[in-house]
Design a protein around this ligand. Structure first.
Ligand code: NAP
Ligand code: MG
Length: 473
């Protein structure tokens, strides 16, 4: 596969290359080009040239949509291969990578349909005027994404941006650039003009920062940590870039005593262990009403103990390898903190290897967790669940909202009154389900989880400017 930088539909060598490691085998996986400041500048210039060229600016919107449909078809043709690459690069089970690729395809098809449906309004102004609005592309978009859903989260930004007539410079996470490069390859094959989509792997501190500062970038679409999001917002002020931030989370999954407990246990398990817990919306705080606490903990611990880490390519594996040794160390340090701060370990808690290799961590459950503990207050981004207990509904809601984050939440109950999601400060609330996504459903945060929405019609607002036109009659 291609491992150079994609700039203006050409594969360009870089002054430096770096090595990727398969986290499940600890073996070298690939060597890819690393963008430096000069390459970032070239990519932004290619994107800007395309934006202002006839091939893109004057391309009828429906044809833009057609290019997106073609890209979706090409992704579909190579879906298995792309899923395998994602698994080798990220360590997630192949079962999950296939779901990721399927959603990427759906996302392109969803926004392909929007390309020719971005309409303005005619306005009932006073006076003798014909006044209307146009939706115009915001310009060159820098898409900066993390390593947990490398392809998927890239498409959440690339698809609406291209549909709206923007051009894109995509910087994948430095650990997981491979499927982003494949996406670039397929964009050329689909017929996108040179510069519409550029892909530039490289470290955030250099390649990412250069993009954030570049005066030729109009908008930054970022998914990643709250800490980096804050830095980007400050840095983008200098050039007044538009910014949307999809940041971290510490999402509460709230189980009321009247819930279907079997379903709630499954939901709690999937909420934290899907994607190895490296999921921004992971249900990492399980809040349980006291009356059902003992039963729920027992069943959950049982299930967690059975969820053993496995080879991501085995068809029954549901817990893969942590993305890197560094992330594994971070997760293990939180487990140590949980023990030290007095939470009760009821499942997992150890690093693991599969066939003697890999950066795995057992499915871990801490009971008797309380606010003030690191495992309750901080995002771990690993397969570690903190269970807290509450006495009544008001206390449950209060505990749910006691976090700087507000990305998502789950509510398990049969009582429609309790299912009312209004009291929860989060961008997504799942009722009697968890961790479902669809290109039509907006996703993003309240509070320190950021602002702006990916997906849905809402996301298109991030990639357009409104122009008001007054015609004197
Ligand atoms: P991160 O360190 O913030 O990195 C995210 C991306 O930003 C990576 O491409 C990274 O490059 C880049 N970056 C880092 N520093 C930068 C800088 N100074 N300027 C420009 N770009 C920079 O996050 P992460 O550790 O990879 O991912 C985990 C975080 O992402 C978690 O907090 C998680 O909650 C969040 N997340 C949020 C969502 C959501 O939709 N809300 C989804 C997934 C993940 P490098 O690869 O070189 O670090
Ligand atoms: Mg990072």
């Amino acid at each position: 596969m291609k491992t150079e930088l994609l700039i203006g539909n050409e594969w360009r060598a870089a002054a430096r290359r770096y090595c990727l490691v398969n986290p499940a085998t600890e073996e070298p996986l690939a060597e890819v080009a690393e963008a430096g400041e000069a390459e970032i500048d070239a990519a932004v210039q290619a994107a800007r040239a395309c934006l202002e060229s006839k091939q893109w600016r004057e391309l009828p919107a429906r044809k833009r949509g057609l290019l997106l449909f073609r890209l979706a078809d090409l992704l579909e043709q190579r879906a298995n291969e792309i899923a395998e690459v994602e698994t080798r690069n990220n360590g997630k089970p192949l079962f999950e990578s296939k779901i990721d690729v399927a959603m990427a395809i759906e996302t392109f098809r969803y926004y392909a349909g929007w390309a020719d449906k971005l309409t303005g309004d005619t306005l009932p102004v006073s006076g003798n005027f014909f006044t209307y609005t146009l939706r115009e592309p915001v310009g060159v978009v820098a898409a900066i994404v993390p390593w947990n859903f490398p392809l998927n989260l890239a498409t959440w930004k690339v698809a609406p941006a291209l549909a709206a007539g923007c051009t894109v410079v995509l910087k994948p996470a430095h650990e997981t650039p491979l499927t982003a490069l494949m996406l670039g390859e397929l964009a050329i094959e689909a017929g996108f003009p040179a510069g519409a989509l550029n892909v530039v792997p490289g470290p955030g501190s250099t390649a990412g920062a250069a993009l954030v500062r570049h005066p030729g970038v109009d908008k930054i679409a970022f998914t990643g940590s709250t800490e980096v999001g804050r830095w980007i917002m400050r840095e983008a002020a200098g050039t007044l870039k538009r910014v949307t931030l999809e940041l971290g989370g510490k999402s509460p999954n709230i189980v009321f005593a009247d819930a279907d407990l079997a379903a709630a246990v499954r939901g709690a398990q999937n909420g934290i262990f899907y994607g190895k817990g490296e999921v921004c919306a992971a249900g990492s705080r399980l809040l349980v009403e006291k009356a059902v606490h003992d039963q729920l903990i027992e069943e959950l611990a049982e299930r967690a103990k059975k969820l053993t880490p496995g080879d991501p390519f085995e068809k029954n594996t549901r817990l893969g390898a942590i993305v890197s040794r560094r992330q594994q160390e971070t997760v293990l340090s939180y487990i140590e903190a949980g023990k030290k701060e007095g939470a009760r370990l009821v499942a997992g808690g150890n690093p693991a290897k599969v066939n003697g290799k890999g950066y795995y961590v057992e499915a871990t459950v801490f009971d008797a967790a309380r606010p003030g503990m690191k495992i309750v207050d901080e995002e771990i981004f690993g397969p570690v669940l903190a269970v807290l207990t509450f006495e009544n509904e008001a206390q449950g809601i209060e505990l749910a909202n006691r976090s700087m984050y507000g990305l998502a939440a789950g509510i398990w109950t049969k009582d429609i009154q309790k299912a009312v999601a209004r009291a929860i400060k989060a961008g997504t609330v799942w009722v009697n389900t968890y961790n479902f996504y669809d290109p039509a459903a907006p996703f993003g945060g309240y509070k320190a989880s950021g602002f702006g929405r990916d997906l849905g019609r809402e996301a298109l607002d991030n990639y357009t400017e409104t122009k008001t036109v007054w015609v004197g009659l």
